[in-house]
Design a binder for this molecule. Structure first.
Ligand code: CP
Ligand code: NVA
Length: 323
């Protein structure tokens, strides 16, 4: 064999299953979420009882961060090592991505050397362009529009604490942002009722959220008054008033959102067994009162930890299918 003959073909093997990406919550069906949530519980249980689960030995996850992160980085990195694989961490500042190498070229190169890619970036369209040129699955680690891994963890956490989420009522209080958009998609697919209360001018973009035409068994309703949205809710949840990339609007937003702080009064009108979630990082005294996030109804630490367990199930599913 000539030394210069390529050792591997330059295209994927014939008959290889089509590559699946996880770019937004609607990329999976209701049935697939049923599988993933069960699988995440199984994987978490194994991890908690010190049983090795390493289906991804020799596989590599590339993580690309164009925005800051604590939870997403640690959960994907620790999770991939636990699955037996390795991780490559790239940021805009320390790669050619920050020196205007085209995203398409980056996708072609990175997906030749790694087996799965997680990206945190600005526009969803940038993530989509990467995925369109990637030979391997691409996962949305947060964009301006969506944060599907977080909502997967939130739903897993709700089920862990209170059982099935179908038919339950979730109140979103605050910005109509990437988290709110993704909650809307999830309500349609998983059949729960979503109430959204945002200040005027910060509504959820229903076109961006592109929820399936029918809400199925779920529903979506907007409320001008956050107290009304919380009345009788099973889960109350919020997020920062200013998301990454919108920092110049900080002062204007602080004024506009002043009445959208999740406080003890809002939790008091929610269902007696209501729980509180926040994807974190949180600003006590802004979007949430310290007494709520640090109080008995808050499950935010379980919520953060569960990122790792659900993402392990997600990576296994994207690479190996159902087990
Ligand atoms: N919730 C979340 O995605 O946190 P990080 O920004 O720390 O990753
Ligand atoms: N909406 C927030 C979520 C942070 C995890 C942001 O995009 O900054």
């Amino acid at each position: 064999m000539s030394f210069f003959k390529p050792a591997v073909p330059s295209t994927l093997p014939k008959g290889a299953p089509p590559v699946r990406h996880y770019l937004q919550f609607t990329d999976f069906s209701t049935e697939e979420y049923g599988y993933l949530l069960e699988r995440a519980a199984f994987i978490k249980q194994k991890f908690k009882t010190f049983q090795r689960h390493q289906p991804l030995v020799d596989r590599t996850l590339a993580m690309i961060f164009e925005k800051a992160s604590t939870r997403t980085r640690v959960s994907f990195e620790a999770g991939m090592y636990q699955l037996g694989g390795s991780v490559v961490h790239l940021t805009t500042g320390d790669s050619q991505l920050g020196r205007s190498e085209p995203i398409e070229d980056s996708a072609k190169v990175i997906s030749r050397m790694t087996d799965i890619v997680m990206i945190r970036t600005y526009e969803q369209s940038k993530l989509e362009r990467f995925a369109a040129h990637s030979r391997v699955p691409v996962i949305n680690g947060l964009t301006n529009e969506f944060h599907p891994c977080q909502i997967l963890a939130d739903i897993f956490t709700y089920i862990e604490h209170r059982g099935p989420i179908a038919g339950k009522t979730v109140a979103w209080v605050g910005d109509g942002n990437n988290m709110a958009n993704t909650w809307l998609q999830a309500a349609a697919l998983l059949g729960f009722h979503l109430r959204v209360s945002t200040p005027s001018g910060y509504e959820v973009n229903e076109i961006t959220a592109a929820a399936p035409a029918s809400m199925g068994a779920g529903s979506y309703k907007t409320y001008a008054d956050p107290m009304e949205a919380c009345a009788g809710a099973d889960l109350v949840t919020t997020d920062v008033w200013t998301s990454m990339g919108f920092e110049t609007e900080n002062e204007v937003r602080r004024k506009a959102f002043a009445a959208w702080c999740v406080d003890r009064k809002m939790m008091a009108v929610a269902a007696p067994k209501a729980i509180f979630m926040h994807c974190l990082p949180a600003h006590r005294g802004e979007e949430v009162e310290a007494e709520v996030i640090d109080g008995p109804q808050s499950v935010v630490w379980d919520e953060a930890e569960n990122r790792m367990h659900v993402q392990k199930a997600l990576m296994e599913y994207l690479l190996l299918g159902k087990q």
